[in-house]
Design a protein. Structure first.
Length: 53
């Protein structure tokens, strides 16, 4: 969770017009993957088994 917070803070502190497009794309992709990993962790921790499962 801390990694995601740091990535969001870093992106929000920068002016996108000052960042080369390639670097901006890399940052957005990394943020996307961090969010996906967090969602997977949440899903694993909150998984509820159904009856008989």
């Amino acid at each position: 969770m801390r990694e995601l917070t740091n990535a969001i803070d870093q992106l929000s502190a920068e002016d996108p017009s000052d960042i080369p497009r390639g670097l901006l794309a890399q940052q957005v992709i990394e943020l996307h993957w961090q969010m996906a990993r967090l969602q997977a962790q949440i899903a694993r921790r909150t998984y509820v088994r159904g009856p008989g499962g």
